[in-house]
Design a protein around this ligand. Structure first.
Ligand SMILES: [Zn+2]
Length: 495
């Protein structure tokens, strides 16, 4: 019986930074009602994801006390903003370190992270955070983290922390599960029942996220292989970071990380097996998803409607600002009917509509979207009627009915629709649309594809290589040499 009190500090700092976007992620973006959060508010903020899984399992141990240290939640820009400013990063890390000193000592720390945060002047922010946390809590405490598989990670993080648990699926169905594992393994480590050893191998393969859906081979096969290792060997945890190529940081690309209980040899064996498997499959990994031009995609959507294969999803995977109008323009040009466009981000137009007291029933005739950068395209003039205008989730939302039963949703920021019924409050008859045009790469498959909702899925991108492009060699990297990665260079790799 071990009833010594175990004190665990809980911290959160997550962003998936599209460093090629012109708008920085500022201190202000992290500050809104609910964020930063501490204490119970932090522990409760995301019950279905990493944090919820961690808290649920940690609290199954009666001797565990969780202390929520003041932490920023996701910025209100979501994933629609670029470099995190040093001011934002230092302000929050400073508060975290001060909080740890004030509330300590601790036996363990849980870092709820994403892994693809990019900060001006800090090449590896998650590892930097772990290093600074370690300085406060000392060598005897254990530090565990959870990660998104889009994390850009290398060996640096585990030089300072003890354990990392990344989701395996994309869409990320297992975030809660990884939080649970982090809690259980952290408590075991603190009790002396788990001695974390690990092996990290970078694999020189870089891929755009739209290709990384784990519902299809060979991405699915990588997941399966990792699960087999976890099932056949006790206390083995496998992370396969697919990486996030839209952050211009030195640790992009794929990474295999294996955690074992005091068994470095086994960690090495499993990591080599998976790294070798990725390398063998590299060509097929990059050919797993079919992409269409915007014009072809809209024409195929029309055909699918004629054939009764509805609802159709048109997913513009490449829009990183949320303001892109390419798909909207083509939908208007090809005169699609019963189509929902969700969303066009337009901070200016939504602000002016809010200021003028826009309401349901008002006539609408405005230029929407576009313009924020080249990738957003031109603004498109839409004439119709306002169906709804509401405030929510820190944004102003305006639904405009136009054309033949089409509905356009304007939002303040980029919105990635993952579940069609998440829009119910804005568009009550969500099941009535033949076509749904959204901005998403893979996450939408959660609510549109993997659950059988949509009968036709079409991924589209503009002809030009804009910043969300699959043609990564068109991006202005400064900190990454693409020639070191397959398929852009001819790197050698062996395990
Ligand atoms: Zn992700």
């Amino acid at each position: 019986m071990n009833d010594r009190k175990i004190r665990i500090a809980v911290l959160h700092f997550s962003h998936e930074t599209v460093s090629f976007l012109p708008n920085e992620t500022t201190l202000d973006d992290f500050i809104y009602p609910g964020s930063p959060a501490k204490g119970e508010e932090l522990l409760r903020f995301d019950p279905k994801n990493y944090m919820g899984g961690f808290v649920q399992v940690a609290r199954e141990f009666s001797e565990v006390e969780l202390v929520g240290i003041e932490s920023p939640l996701w910025p209100k820009t979501g994933i629609g903003s670029g470099w995190v400013t040093e001011e934002a990063y230092e302000t929050f890390v400073g508060k975290m370190i001060a909080g740890l000193k004030e509330e300590g000592p601790f036996d363990g720390v849980y870092l709820c992270l994403h892994g693809a945060m990019a900060v001006h002047g800090i090449p590896r922010p998650e590892a930097d955070l772990a290093r600074r946390v370690r300085q406060v809590v000392g060598r005897s405490a254990f530090i565990a983290a959870t990660f998104d598989l889009h994390g850009n990670e290398d060996e640096a993080f585990l030089e300072h922390a003890d354990m990392g648990f990344a989701v395996k699926y994309f869409p990320h169905y297992d975030a809660h599960l990884q939080g649970e594992r982090a809690a259980r393994t952290l408590v075991r480590a603190i009790r002396g029942d788990y001695r974390p050893t690990h092996k990290t191998i970078k694999v020189p393969v870089i891929s755009p996220t739209v290709l990384q859906w784990t519902g299809a081979s060979p991405w699915m096969d990588l997941v399966q292989r990792a699960l087999v290792w976890e099932a056949r060997e006790m206390d083995v945890y496998v992370n396969i970071f697919f990486g996030f190529p839209f952050a211009d940081v030195p640790d992009v690309g794929m990474t295999v990380q294996v955690l074992t209980n005091d068994n470095p040899k086994l960690a090495e064996q499993v990591a080599r097996d998976l790294a070798g498997t990725i390398w063998r499959l590299r060509e097929a990994l990059l050919q797993s998803t079919k992409l269409h031009s915007i014009a072809d995609g809209v024409a195929l959507a029309r055909q699918a409607v004629e054939n009764g294969n509805t609802p159709v999803v048109l997913a513009d995977h490449s829009d990183r600002s949320g303001a892109a109008t390419w798909l909207l323009r083509e939908i208007v040009a090809q005169d699609l009917a019963n189509t929902l466009i969700a969303t066009i981000a337009d901070a200016k137009t939504t602000a002016s509509l809010k200021a003028s007291g826009a309401k349901a029933g008002d006539a609408f005739d405005m230029e929407v979207g576009g313009l924020v950068d080249d990738s957003a395209g031109e603004a498109v003039r839409i004439k119709g009627t306002i169906l709804r205008a509401v405030e929510g989730y820190g944004q102003f939302w305006v639904c405009v009915g136009f054309g033949r039963n089409n509905v356009l949703i304007l939002s303040t920021y980029l919105v990635q629709i993952m579940e069609p019924f998440s829009l119910k409050a804005l568009v009550p008859d969500i099941g009535a649309f033949d076509v749904m045009a959204i901005k998403s790469r893979v996450h939408f498959r959660r609510g549109f594809d993997d659950n059988g909702f949509a009968k036709t899925i079409l991924l589209v991108e503009p002809e030009q290589p804009f910043l969300g492009t699959t043609r990564l060699d068109k991006l202005p990297y400064e900190n990454v040499d693409l020639a070191r990665f397959y398929p852009y260079g001819n790197p050698t790799f062996s395990v």
